[in-house]
Design a protein around this ligand. Structure first.
Ligand code: URA
Length: 212
């Protein structure tokens, strides 16, 4: 598993505003989108392309186009939805599938409650969107789900991660899995309620407000 923590002043600036508890939802959503577009630039570094011939007004040359089948972007409901626009801005021809996983607040395990994805993902490049890699349970369930259906590689785009969450994901992966995690910051760890510290709070609530 390859982990990439993005070191860039614009990423750090936007993340600092997201962390601020006084940032309202509207600004939080806007900045999340912008931040994800910056992360997506690195996350798509190995996206599959094929060579094409291009005729410019001056000469004929070779270039590349995105290969088929198109990559699949998989936001994890609900908070991952706030990252979708930022990702599809760079990958407008990607297909979008959805996985709904929530954490059981007692066991902290990930429970799947929704799935809108093709059964056969053979050879597909998948991009999982989940802002908070906290315990790692949701991300490892999602990655394994995609790999079991034949995904060629899986890249997860996260705003924050913890060292123990990353370790948890790594320990559950098949040895030959081609998995990359792209993250704006690896934070200190988790508090007793499994929130990331210093973190930014509940990402779903910060994006969309509290729903009970
Ligand atoms: N999910 C969140 O939204 N925030 C955390 O800090 C941890 C998990």
């Amino acid at each position: 598993m390859h982990i990439l923590e993005i070191d860039h002043p614009l990423v750090a600036h936007k993340l600092s505003v997201l962390r601020d508890e006084t940032t309202p939802s509207a600004i939080f959503r806007q900045l999340t989108e912008e931040l994800v577009t910056l992360l997506a630039y690195e996350a798509t570094r190995n996206v599959a392309v094929h060579e094409v011939t291009v005729t410019t007004p001056v000469a004929t040359t070779t270039g590349v186009k995105l290969a088929r089948p198109a990559p699949i972007v998989v936001p994890i409901l609900r908070a991952g939805l706030g990252m979708l626009e930022g990702m599809t801005k760079l990958l407008p021809t990607a297909e979008v599938g959805f996985l709904g996983l929530r954490r059981d607040e007692e066991t902290l395990e990930a429970v799947t409650y929704a799935n809108r994805l093709p059964d056969d993902l053979t050879g597909r490049q998948c991009f999982v969107l989940d802002p908070m890699l906290a315990t790692g349970h949701t991300i490892h369930e999602s990655i394994n789900y995609l790999l079991e259906r034949g995904a060629r590689d899986v890249t997860c785009v996260c705003l924050l991660a913890t060292p123990q969450g990353l370790e948890e994901v790594k320990s559950h992966l098949p040895a030959d899995a081609d998995v990359k995690i792209v993250v704006a910051s690896i934070d200190e760890g988790l508090n007793e309620k499994a929130y990331i510290v210093p973190g930014l709070g509940d990402a779903g609530d910060r994006l969309y407000g509290v729903v009970d």
